[in-house]
Design a protein around this ligand. Structure first.
Ligand code: HMG
Ligand code: MG
Length: 320
């Protein structure tokens, strides 16, 4: 617990032109992170993880998935988890706890727990749609249509995820036009927000800028977009900066860099929230996050998982 970085604690802030003043971090550690763990964590530990994330200032904390329990056994305790989170939104005003929902069965389960935010999750490629959802791309969008419509009628906010936007482990490169097409179809279903997923972490900054330019040309404004980078090739922060320069102000990240996707083996952890916050605060961008409390949370969780956090910022801040 010594060293200059530790005593610094915070980066010096040097604002750069053309960037948002505030970024909303969509924290996915409890869902994207924990869905990939070999051993499921006790539900009480998951609940404490979410509570600590909220206490650290995160205000969008994706909590779990109402998917088929056999497909993602790590999150099969969604019904047990939600009641343990019930008091958090009152304690932390503005806190939203989205959950993943693939179909109407999942929506029924989520609504039974009073959720206010859900996410459907599509793929820009045919192969991943089949592997992740057991449906063709068209069939998966058909599956989502009544989910989005019913959620909207209930006043529930809907995020649409779009996976494999920058490359697919089975199909290889994914043409920009294909991504723009499926993105448009998801937004047309009525999703309030669209998160562009680099599921296997192959994007580079120029690619991000090119996709966002194509989406803007097609009428998808940056205000409705979020970016979701996995850090497989160490590009996630650079890609995030490119997205911020294109006007995106919602960024997905997972505490401590947990994560992956059980149906895309080449997916590694998400962009670590601590690494993101270090960069954003260094750019003078507000996040509302207490970086030291967040890093302490990741160390606490790493102890429960039995291995150190892969986040560089967590290690630097905690001497780990
Ligand atoms: P299926 O086997 O085709 O399901 O799976 P089905 O519709 O044929 O139904 C079969 C049985 O499952 C039925 O029961 C249903 O009721 C039941 P039966 O009548 O036989 O007794 N069932 C359910 N039970 C509980 N909850 C449900 C549910 N749905 C059906 N929601 C399904 C289709 C979509 C359900 C399955 O493929 C699935 O659950 N997939 C989820 C995969 C997943 O969660 N992947 C990870 C998240 S995506 C990701 O990580 C990427 C992201 O981070 C962005 C990025 O990085 O790119 C978001
Ligand atoms: Mg992901």
């Amino acid at each position: 617990m010594t060293g200059s970085v530790l005593s610094l604690g915070l980066p010096m802030a040097f604002p750069a032109p053309g960037l948002p003043e505030r970024v909303r971090i969509h924290e996915v550690g409890a869902r994207d992170g924990l869905q990939n763990e070999a051993l499921p964590l006790p539900v009480e530990v998951k609940a404490e993880f979410v509570a600590r994330l909220a206490a650290a200032g995160l205000r969008t904390v994706e909590a779990t998935s109402f998917v088929h329990p056999k497909w993602v056994p790590q999150l099969a305790d969604a019904e047990q988890l939600m009641p343990l989170l019930a008091g958090l939104p009152e304690r932390y005003p503005g806190l939203r706890l989205p959950v993943l929902v693939p179909n109407e069965r999942g929506l029924d389960r989520a609504l039974a727990h009073g959720v206010t935010d859900i996410a459907v999750f599509a793929s820009a490629t045919e192969t991943f749609a089949r592997r992740n959802l057991n449906r063709s791309l068209d069939e998966s969008l058909e599956m989502f249509a009544p989910v989005v419509a019913r959620a909207a009628a209930e006043g529930v906010r809907v995020r649409g995820y779009l996976s494999m936007c920058f490359g697919d482990p089975w199909e290889g490169p994914v043409p920009l036009s294909q991504v723009v097409d499926v993105a448009g179809r998801l937004l047309d279903l009525g999703c309030d927000e669209l998160s562009l997923g680099d599921t296997i972490g192959v994007a580079t900054p120029g690619h991000v800028t090119a996709l966002l330019e194509e989406l803007a040309r097609a009428g998808a404004s940056a205000e409705r977009l979020a970016v979701h980078f996995h850090d497989t090739y160490g590009q996630a922060l650079a890609n995030t900066l490119a997205a911020l320069r294109s006007g995106v102000a919602t960024v997905d990240a997972s505490a401590g860099g947990l994560g992956g996707c059980p149906y895309a083996k080449s997916a590694t952890g998400n962009l670590a929230t601590e690494d993101l916050v270090w960069m954003l605060h260094g750019l003078g961008i507000e996040t509302g996050v207490d970086l030291e409390a967040l890093a302490a949370t990741s160390v606490w969780l790493a102890d429960r998982l039995g291995r150190p956090s892969p986040s560089r910022a967590v290690r630097a801040l905690t001497g780990g």
